[in-house]
Design a protein around this ligand. Structure first.
Ligand code: F6R
Length: 611
């Protein structure tokens, strides 16, 4: 989704802004632009629909020198993706320039008022409305910072923004409400960015802005204050990842790199938390809510997309190990349907980015109703991580590929830890705890074995890459894996795919099966294995093409399946962490065969910060 980078210091601004924008390309965008101040009475703005490389080409034909500027990658919300709607947006006299992430919800009312006062608009965006509102106030009060504060008091909605102006040429003004913004603190140079990856090669010292906070950056330093003008004193934190971690490391795509990283990221998730010899779990982040968990009568897990699929596995895990009833709900539904909540409920939200607007709104809804909210989040310092009452970081490291892979298996790892923690607190014996802990610690090695058969999976993917539809079927713990396999395939290959509980097939989807329909069965040897074999027979009888994921050593399905992928055995509750890996690879190799833009699939954004 949209990205912001701004800089004030001594370096040449254009290459710095362009590199910063490139670092945020993975978030998804449709246009890019920048504004610099170069001693002219007007701001200098260049923007273009398309890739950052197109903007770079446009600018390279000019000789622009400056050391203060702001830049943006836009993912359209209000108005088409085109040059005019791209950010930055400027006031009518080209003296104030703004980049903005988020949505100004009352932009139509403000626009009407400004139009009636004679202001003219060039674009269809809500951001331009905010810019002209700032101009209107500036013309009255003659003070840029005050004009920004007055304008922000009038707008409803969300913003992460950065502003430069020839009225006050030694400053960048930044502000946030509901959209992340970080300051980078360098040596006599300062940055503002919506994403740490845009500034990490310059500094690891950062300040996270809170909602309704603003920052004023100058070559001599920065100050932070609330939008209502009370000075704040935010701690400088250190970023814990480096640039290498967000680069491809020899892999053709970030997605493939991240699939291979799972042998490590899962270990990172349980290291220091899983007490293997005690069959127990230590979760420091839950210290303050331990009693709430002990007394909880129900857990509601809310999330979106892949994180929602992880939540479904979480439901099965927690109910099985801890015997606490669990409900799973899409965050977008939870926030708007006034769910019935009880004082002894706990809401858990799961989010890779920690910035998903719907999930954040679910957090706020639950908190407003007085319910404890726990976050399972990957991005440290993200909005959800900071707004939840307690939480467990997922520790998957930066995930750049738009299609989530390693974050999913790390979320499953953390959900296993949580279920075991709650189970040991309530009813699980230490023997059972030991068995689960040992098996979980063996998972990374087993993932390595699956990665070793990637060439076989690639062959299968190629065989069916021209199919128009795919069906994914699984039961029990592997039903959410079927959903995730289908989601991965559709988002990066653009092939229509459905995930279903295998037994539901006969209630409808079976009508779709013919000789052109590949059907992926996730069929490990567990207690419902026999049932799924019957479902495989049903597909075979209708000439469907059967691809089975089952365990090494199970040769019974060789006669039925057209293709078979064998994965190591583990406990049924842990199978999803393994069984999803071949499905991630299937999706990857299918998309590769079709020459898709794997890391940046069309219409998708890494972090969905709009409703
Ligand atoms: C799918 C995918 C999305 C995200 C969803 C939630 O591969 O990445 O479906 O899972 O947008 O995002 P987070 O987890 O960041 O809240």
């Amino acid at each position: 989704m949209c990205g912001i980078i701004g800089y004030i210091g001594k370096k040449e601004i254009v290459p710095l802004l362009i590199t910063g924008l490139k670092r945020m390309e993975y978030r998804g965008y449709d246009s890019a632009g920048l504004t610099v101040l170069n001693n002219d009475s007007k701001v200098l703005t260049r923007k273009k629909k398309g890739r950052v490389a197109d903007l770079e080409q446009l600018i390279n034909s000019e000789k622009i020198h400056s050391n203060i500027g702001i830049a943006h990658t836009r993912w359209a919300t209000h108005g088409f993706p085109n040059d005019v709607n791209a950010h930055p947006h400027n006031d009518s006299q080209e003296k104030i320039s703004i980049v903005h992430n988020g949505i100004i919800e009352n932009y139509a009312v403000i626009k009407k008022k400004l139009l009636s006062e004679g202001f003219e608009f060039r674009s269809e965006t809500d951001t331009e409305v905010l810019c002209l509102l700032i101009e209107r106030f500036y013309l009255k009060v003659n003070d840029l910072e005050l004009a920004v504060r007055l304008a922000l008091n009038e707008v409803k909605g969300t913003f992460g923004l950065a502003i430069v102006s020839t009225y006050d040429p030694d400053k960048i003004i930044a502000a946030r409400r509901g959209s992340p913004l970080i300051l980078g603190v360098g040596d006599n140079e300062y940055f503002v960015a919506s994403d740490a990856s845009a500034l990490i090669e310059h500094t690891k010292n950062v300040v996270y802005l809170d909602d309704d906070e603003m920052a004023i950056l100058s070559p001599d330093g920065y100050i932070t204050k609330t939008i209502s003008n009370v000075q704040t004193n935010n701690e400088v934190k250190t970023l814990e990842f480096d640039l290498e971690q967000i680069e491809k490391g020899g892999f053709e795509h970030f997605m493939l790199k991240e699939i291979y990283e799972q042998t490590q990221t899962i270990t990172d998730g349980f290291r220091g938390r899983l007490l293997i010899d005690e069959g127990n779990v230590k979760l420091g982040g839950l210290r303050t809510v331990k009693e709430d968990f002990r007394n909880a009568k129900r857990i509601i897990i809310s999330a979106c997309g892949t994180s929602y699929n992880a939540a479904l596995v979480g439901e099965y895990l927690i109910e099985q190990l801890a015997q606490i009833p669990v409900e799973v709900e899409y965050a977008s539904e939870f926030r708007y349907r006034s769910p019935v909540l009880f004082d002894d409920d706990i809401v858990i939200v799961i989010s890779q980015s920690g910035e998903t607007a719907d999930t954040l709104a679910a957090v706020q809804e639950a908190k407003q109703r007085g319910i404890k909210v726990i976050g399972l989040v990957n991005v440290v310092g993200s909005s959800i991580a900071r707004q939840t009452d307690a939480g467990i970081y997922v520790h998957a490291g930066p995930e750049i590929g738009v299609a989530s892979t390693k974050a999913f298996t790390s979320q499953l790892t953390i959900l296993t830890l949580l279920a075991l923690y709650l189970g040991r607190m309530r009813n699980i014996s230490s023997e059972e705890g030991l068995k689960i802990a040992r098996e979980l610690s063996a998972i990374p090695e087993k993932i390595k074995q699956i990665l070793n058969i990637a060439p076989e999976i690639e062959k299968i993917a190629k065989t069916y890459s021209y199919s128009r539809n795919y069906l994914y079927l699984g039961r029990g713990f592997n039903y959410p894996v079927a959903l995730e396999g289908a989601l991965k395939l559709k988002e990066i290959s653009y092939i229509h795919a459905e995930g279903y509980p295998a037994a539901e097939m006969k209630h409808g989807p079976i009508a779709l099966i013919d000789e052109n329909m590949p059907v992926v069965f996730i069929a490990p040897k567990d207690e419902i294995y026999e049932k799924i074999v019957s479902n495989i027979e049903e597909v075979k009888a209708r000439k469907g093409k059967v691809i089975v994921v089952t365990n090494i050593g199970n040769n019974e399905l060789d006669r039925l399946a057209d293709h078979i992928i064998k994965i190591p055995e583990t406990l049924p509750i842990l199978t999803p962490i393994l069984s999803v890996v071949p499905l991630q690879l299937m999706a990857y190799y299918t998309a590769k065969e079709l020459n898709r833009d794997i890391d940046k699939p069309r219409n998708l954004a890494k972090s969905v910060t709009v409703e």
